[in-house]
Design a protein around this ligand. Structure first.
Ligand code: SF4
Ligand code: MG
Length: 311
């Protein structure tokens, strides 16, 4: 899957080449039915672009997305609308993703209305959804600003579930919430997954958040997936230097344990002109000459899929 955003000619003057943001650059992965794939990486690595590609909110520059064996990458118009009920997205900021002038009842009804559900069915489903996410019936008549951040995210979740999707992308659903509320929302998502057999892509910039919900974890860096493995294996035996650095920065479960902390130098480079060879070479503590010229292909190393020359 590839997504390049061309840069507006009237915008920045980058170079004589036609500039584009390489938001997602040749990634390939699968998500198994009923599992949660965690997707982590620093901000600007392409996680949200990947999220929006998968649920067809934006079109890919190249590549294919298969859902239940069906190629959905070329669907459009009414065919896409019909299919879309199967895959939904929960956004990071429930406040900006909910129309402030709509009552909760209407926010939840809207997707059902678009899909052609009649009014009594919609009304019944609204109450069902509120109860599923732990809100009261009386909340149906309120506006988003009358709720706390955690409650607003519950509304966002209810809206995403309105049409009984099979696959839900959770794009940093707890990043904007207080730490005390984060666990409640993660637990709610886990419960709903158990109840409805949902499949999740769960996006976070913080490995500690995906730890509790993921079955497998994919690590993204500058538009590339650099490592994928089961959760237990990625935490106990990370293969890619970037994964190792992310894990070494997590607080230790037992404070007296010692660990070598790999400090990453600088920020993520610009996705407009990404580094040659391995995109991580400008920050990698293990970099060798070859890394600057040759892009490391993704290889199987044990049970991991990892893109590093030295793995
Ligand atoms: Fe580091 Fe080279 Fe591996 Fe890239 S390929 S992660 S620069 S060692
Ligand atoms: Mg994001």
């Amino acid at each position: 899957l590839v997504k390049h955003f061309p840069i507006n000619k009237g915008g920045f003057l980058i170079s004589r080449r036609v500039a584009s943001v390489h938001a997602v650059d040749n990634i390939s992965f699968d998500i198994h039915r009923g599992e949660t794939l965690g997707l982590v990486g620093e901000s600007g690595c392409g996680k949200s672009t990947t999220s929006q590609l998968l649920v067809r909110l934006i079109d890919a520059t190249a590549g294919t997305i298969r859902f239940d064996g069906e190629d959905i990458s070329a669907l459009s118009g009414s065919a896409l609308r019909r299919k879309r009920k199967d895959f939904q997205i929960i956004f990071q900021d429930p406040y900006s993703s909910l129309n402030p002038r709509m009552r909760v009842r209407d926010l939840l009804s809207e997707p059902m209305e678009i899909s052609g559900m009649n009014s009594p069915e919609r009304a019944a489903r609204v109450f069902e959804l509120l109860s599923l996410v732990g809100l009261a019936r009386r909340h149906a008549d309120r506006f988003p600003h009358e709720f706390s951040g955690g409650q607003r995210q519950r509304i966002g979740i209810a809206r995403a579930l309105a049409l009984k999707p099979k696959f839900v992308v959770c794009d940093e659903p707890v990043s904007a919430l207080d730490v005390s509320v984060q666990a409640q929302i993660v637990n709610l998502l886990k419960d709903l997954q158990g109840e409805f057999g949902l499949t999740y892509l769960f996006v976070a910039h913080d490995l500690s958040v995906v730890r509790h919900i993921s079955d497998r974890v994919a690590v993204m860096y500058l538009g590339k997936i650099v490592e994928i493995a089961s959760k237990s294996s990625i935490f106990s035996n990370p293969q890619h230097p970037y994964t190792q650095a992310l894990i070494s920065s997590l607080p230790m479960p037992r404070p007296r344990q010692t660990r070598r902390v790999i400090a990453l130098k600088g920020d993520v480079p610009s996705p407009i002109d990404p580094p040659s060879g391995c995109r991580f070479h400008t920050r990698c503590p293990l970099v060798v000459d070859r890394c600057r010229v040759q892009e490391p292909p993704s290889r199987e190393v044990g049970t991991h899929s990892v893109a590093c020359h030295l793995a």
